[in-house]
Every structure is written in structure tokens, then in C-alpha cells.
Design a protein. Structure first.
Length: 156
């Protein structure tokens, strides 16, 4: 095999591996039972009133901005937070209503996967918002923030 054919063959194998890994990841997501949804789908679920919106970030992150109506139950200590284990989702899972679907989000999607898996194992129907609140704000959807709270307070 000459050098040119070797390069083509290597590229073909690399392409095959990339495609194979994409299908494997998609299958793992769907077989886990957690439904990953876009910010647009999350907004639709919220507008239908179908879900409890669960923010699993830290209190400091939540106070900077969150989706209106979201319930805060952190899944872990992150970004220097030092919450007691009793304040985290694993200890507070019974506070999440069993009779509702749960839409989980964090900042960029990592912690929400951890929380979604925990909730799924406990018997909840779970939607994980892909790429977290970052995807929500990038789509131009509104959040509650100190600025919006000031605006709301000044209209009283």
C-alpha cells in the first residue's frame, strides 16, 4: 500500500470510529431513561405546566440567575460552595414531588446529568436540559436575576 492509500485508509477508519462513537453515545443516553431536551423543548414543557423545574446549581449561581419558578436543590458542592451533605439532592430527594415530571438543569449540563440519574433511579420521570441554563440564555429566554428583581420591585 502506498503512502497516499495509507492516508485515505487511516482517514476512513477515523471517520468510522467517530460515527460509531456518536451512535454509541446516543444509544447510552436513550437507554439510561433520562430524556435530554433542548432549551426550546424545555421552554415548551414549562409553558404547558407539565414539569417541576429543578435547578441543581449552587445557591450563589441560583441567585445570579435562574429560570422563573425553579426550585433550587443543589446536587453537589461546586465553585467553592461548602454546603452540608444534608442540603444536597441526595439527602433531599423526598422534597421532589413524585407526581410530576422533573426538568433538571445546571450551568452547562454536567451536574444535571448526575442529578437526572439520581432522580431516575429513585423512580422519577426526568428531562435533562442539554447545555444547562447557558443554552436557555443563549436562546434568548428570560431568567430571574438581580436586575430583573430590581425592576420588579421598583414597579410596586
Amino acid at each position: 500500500m502506498n503512502k497516499r492509500n495509507s492516508i485515505y485508509f487511516s482517514a476512513l477508519i477515523l471517520l468510522f470510529l467517530v460515527v460509531f462513537s456518536m451512535f454509541t453515545v446516543q444509544k447510552q443516553e436513550s437507554s439510561s431513561g433520562v430524556e435530554n431536551v433542548s432549551a426550546q423543548k424545555a421552554k415548551e414543557l414549562i409553558e404547558k405546566g407539565d414539569v417541576l423545574v429543578l435547578d441543581v446549581r449552587t445557591p450563589a449561581e441560583f441567585n445570579l440567575s435562574h429560570i422563573e419558578g425553579a426550585t433550587l436543590i443543589p446536587v453537589s458542592n461546586a465553585f467553592g460552595s461548602n454546603l452540608s451533605p444534608g442540603y444536597l439532592l441526595k439527602a433531599r430527594i423526598n422534597e421532589v414531588p413524585k407526581n410530576k415530571k422533573i426538568l433538571v438543569y445546571c450551568k452547562t449540563g454536567g451536574r444535571s446529568v448526575e442529578a437526572s440519574t439520581l432522580l431516575l433511579k429513585a423512580g422519577y420521570q426526568v428531562y435533562n436540559m442539554k447545555r444547562g441554563i447557558s443554552s436557555w440564555t443563549n436562546a434568548g429566554y428570560p431568567v430571574v436575576s438581580p436586575e430583573t428583581r430590581e425592576t420588579d420591585d421598583s414597579s410596586d
